[in-house]
Each structure stands twice: as C-alpha cells, then as structure tokens.
Design a protein around this ligand. Structure first.
Ligand code: BG6
Length: 496
C-alpha cells in the first residue's frame, strides 16, 4: 500500500474538483488507498479546511460517477483533506507549508513520500517547483520519494517546453516527473497495445503490405465553453494534436516493446515521432488544413461562432479544427498515409482509430461484384469503448450477393459497465510510481518539433476564417485533403 501526502497546487480549481478529488475518493472506495494518506489543497483564496471539505463532498456527490458513495466512506476520506492558503510566490509561505506537511507526515505516517500536483496555470509551474525546492519540501531522505505531476499544456512550443523542463529537472529527476496526458488513462487507450500485441490475428497484418491507410479522429460537440482565454493562445493544433492525437498515433504505429516496463514502451512510442519528418511550408500547405467554426444550428438551438465566444477576439485567427495527412517514415509504414482530424463543434463526440485494410485481390468475386469492401478494424476509444471488425460474407438467399458484416465488441454498452475516469488510473500510477502512462520528456520534445513547423507556417499566412459552421464536419478543404487520394473520411458517429 502507498503511504503518501498529496499536495495539490491550484486545489480550489475546476480540474481539482471535477477530476482529482473524485479520483482520490474512487481509489479509497476501491480499497486502493491506505489509511496512511492525506491530501493538502493549496490555494490563494481564504477558506477553512471545513469549508474545503464541504466543497469536495458537494462536488463529488453532484457530478461524479463514483459508485456507490457511502457517506461514512466519504467522511473517512475527506477527513484527511486539508486546505492551506498560500500565495504561489511567497517564500515564507512555502517554509510554513513545509512545517505543516511535516506535522501531517507524522500524523498519517506518510514517511516523507509526497506527490506535488500542479493544477495551476502553466506560467506558475517553474516558480512553484523552484520554491518547493528552496523551502526544502522535497526531503528526499533515503527511503522516501517525491514526485511532481504536471498538467498540460507542457509549453506552447519546443523552446518554452525545454525551458520549463529545465526548471523542473533542476528539482526532480525525470523518473519523478509525471506529465499528464489524460488520454493515456482512458481504458481503450491501454487496450490498443493489448489488441495489437496479445492477438495473433492483427499484428501480422499491421503494416504496409496489408493496410491501405489509417484514420484517427477525435471530434467534440462542445465549443470552447468558458476557456476562451486559454484557447486563444493554443488552438486545436496545440490543445489536441500535439498531445492526445499524437499519443493515439504513437500507440497505433509503434513497434512491439521488448517488455512492458515504462521505458521500453516509451522508447518505442518515441521512435514513431522520430519517424515523422517535420513538414516544409509547402507540405504544411498541402497536407494540413485548419478551420474555425462560425455560427451554426443544432436542432433548434443556435450555436455561436468561435469569434463570438467569451474572451475570444472578434478577429481571432485561432483554429478550432485541424486535419492532416502524415507519413511515418519507417519500414513498417512506408507508403501508408495516416489521416488525423480533431475539432470542436462537430456533429458528434467520438474518438476512434480506423484501420482500413487493403482492397481484396481483384480476382474471383471481383469480376462479378465489381467492388468488394475492404476489411476494416475500428478501435473505439470513446464514448463507446470497444472494437469493430468488418469483413465480407455472403448475403443469405438464392442470389449470390456479398455484403460487409461486422463483429462488434462493446465493453461499455452494458448498464453499469461504465469505465472509471482516466484520472483514477493515472493517480493510482503516480502513487505507485509507474510512469508508463505519462509523457516522457523526449516524447514532448519530438512532438513539439513536429508541431512547431506547422505552427510557424501558419503564423506567416492568414487563414480564411470562419470556414465551417458549428455542428458540421470542418472545412471543405479537409474533405479535399483526403479525397485527393481517392479516399473518404469515415462517418464516425456512434448510433446506439
Ligand atoms: C483537453 C483539451 O486536453 O481535452 C480540451 O484541453 C478537450 O480542449 C479535452 O475538450 C477533450 O478530452 P476528452 O476526454 O473529453 O476527449
């Protein structure tokens, strides 16, 4: 069992209430947290520990899917939650916090083990870590450990990410830095490797001899909501492509690791990024499409355009949609295009990977039926979780007809089979010291190297925004991007 203190900077914020506290409670209810655990929320607001505990209970009972919530258990775990008011920039404040942590260490026998969770705006990451260190909050006394968890965005380009990494690495070794990409905590993300490497069926076909192309989609129906301030400086390229979408790509395209330890898996993932050649400006123009939603309609609901959203400039050139074609330049994938797309205000919320196998040979049935559908494997990440395999079979009846049929595995279709939130798994891994589902520095580095080229090219050219209406599948150019290759985007909405 894990004895530890968890210190959450930015502990009064939305992320902490919606994700972290429910996840901690979930672990406790599942018997995965010991009695020797306490949590300190550090924030700038005035608040007592009692008020803080009450807020946690309210947010947990209001909108989490923790099941079942027994009041006694909830009281048990929240009785170990504390609030500590501290200005992120006050050196004295950190000294005092250190004394408070020591008291809790003794009270809960947490042995000096600490998780510092930075749920603060990125500009505070470096300064907070520096003060954690100078106030001696990382005792590192032989048997104890201290880890830091960093929320995204990890920088906004390679230079800022490298600077941030330098600041953090002065205090924490790479093995104690946990960079969150919450997609990695999703059940089906972890299943991609299992589907690929625990079956004899797929892996032999997982290459350019049998696969025509791969489509990776992550679409959302929501707009920027109340995050305009952040999103204006980010856009879909940095907000989704640089991290979640490239993670999906890595897991799909990586070679089998030599074993399942965290370094071996991440070694293979990063090789995929290294095999992406950074695009020239001409390649960016040809292979990457950006879009921004304008006003639209969803049923009888009017949807605002991005430029009309709160804290967004009315002339904003920030993209809310990106589609791209890229090639993974290695022996396995030579000649196989990967089409990636992500956007806000799309017709449905879905994340999936579609593996389109090559066309069946043009003999035998082909003569009679002109065209047979290719085999298709779709790994569904969310909201439906599962895998769908399409193949050809004879349609029953006197006539000879061939139709595509499917085997469909859905792991969350049964009521009550809802997967736990990604943060539950991620927090558990932080506490037990397994960083496999976190982003290693070289992954961050290579992903920015690739993304920066695109961002730079876009800086130099003005987009024609808005170019799709809210509730639609992105701009016309995205359709052209794939149709130019005589392929089509899949209809990805889950109709169930
Ligand atoms: C976040 C992005 O990382 O992922 C958001 O900042 C996006 O803009 C979200 O909405 C999507 O996550 P999920 O789990 O809802 O697909």
């Amino acid at each position: 069992m894990i004895h530890a203190l968890m210190i959450v900077f930015g502990g009064t914020g939305d992320l902490a209430h919606r994700k972290l506290y429910p996840a901690v409670c979930n672990l406790y209810f599942s018997g995965l947290l010991p009695q020797e655990f306490a949590l300190v929320s550090v924030g700038r607001r005035d608040k007592t520990t009692e008020e803080f505990r009450k807020e946690v209970v309210d947010s947990i009972t209001k909108d989490s899917n923790i099941n079942p919530v027994k009041n006694k258990d909830l009281d048990d775990i929240t009785s170990r939650f504390y609030y500590y008011k501290n200005d992120f920039y006050s050196n004295q404040g950190y000294e005092d916090l250190g004394k408070f942590l020591q008291q809790l260490d003794e009270k809960y026998e947490t042995r000096g083990n600490r998780v510092f969770y930075l749920a603060v705006a990125p500009e505070h990451f470096g300064p907070v870590v520096e003060r954690i260190n100078s106030a001696g909050l990382t005792p590192n006394s032989g048997n104890s450990w201290q880890r830091v968890v960093i929320e995204k965005p990890f920088g906004k380009d390679l230079d800022s990410a490298a600077k941030l990494n330098q600041d953090i690495s002065r205090v924490f070794d790479e093995e104690n830095i946990y960079r969150i990409d919450h997609y990695l905590g999703k059940e089906m993300m972890q299943n991609i490797m299992v589907i690929r490497f625990a079956n004899t069926l797929f892996e032999p076909l997982w290459n350019n001899k049998h696969i025509d192309h791969i489509q990776i989609t992550s679409s959302e129906t929501v707009g920027v909501e109340n995050r305009g301030g952040y999103y204006e400086g980010s856009g879909a390229l940095r907000d989704m492509m640089q991290n979640h979408m490239l993670q999906l790509l890595m897991l799909t395209a990586m070679e089998p690791p030599v074993n399942l330890d965290n370094q071996s898996i991440r070694d293979e993932k990063v090789k995929v990024l290294r095999a992406l050649s950074p695009m020239t400006p001409e390649e960016v123009k040809r292979n990457v499409v950006r879009g921004q939603y304008g006003p639209g309609i969803d049923g009888d609901r009017k949807l605002k355009g991005y430029r009309q959203e709160e804290r967004v400039s009315p002339q904003s050139n920030t993209e809310t949609y990106v589609a791209m074609k890229l090639m993974v330049n290695n022996i396995r994938w030579a000649g196989v295009p990967f089409y990636l797309r992500t956007g806000k205000r799309m017709p449905c919320k879905t994340t999936e990977i579609a593996i389109q196998f090559s066309e069946p040979p043009e003999v035998l049935y082909f003569k009679e039926f002109q065209r047979l559908e290719s085999n298709l494997l779709v790994i569904k990440i969310q909201p439906r979780e599962g895998a769908f395999l399409q193949f050809n079979a004879k349609k029953p009846g006197a006539r000879s007809e061939i139709i595509p049929v499917a085997m469909d595995f859905c792991q969350n279709c049964d009521i009550g089979a809802e997967s736990v939130d990604a943060y539950v798994r991620l927090l558990y891994d932080v506490l037990r010291g397994d960083s496999t589902l976190f982003t290693r520095w070289d992954e961050v580095e290579h992903s920015w190297r690739f993304i920066d080229k695109i961002a730079k090219t876009w800086e130099d050219t003005a987009p024609d925004f808005p170019n799709y209406s809210a509730g639609n599948w992105g701009p016309e150019e995205a359709r052209e991007l794939i149709e130019r290759d005589e392929r089509m985007w899949r209809d990805v909405c889950d109709y169930y």
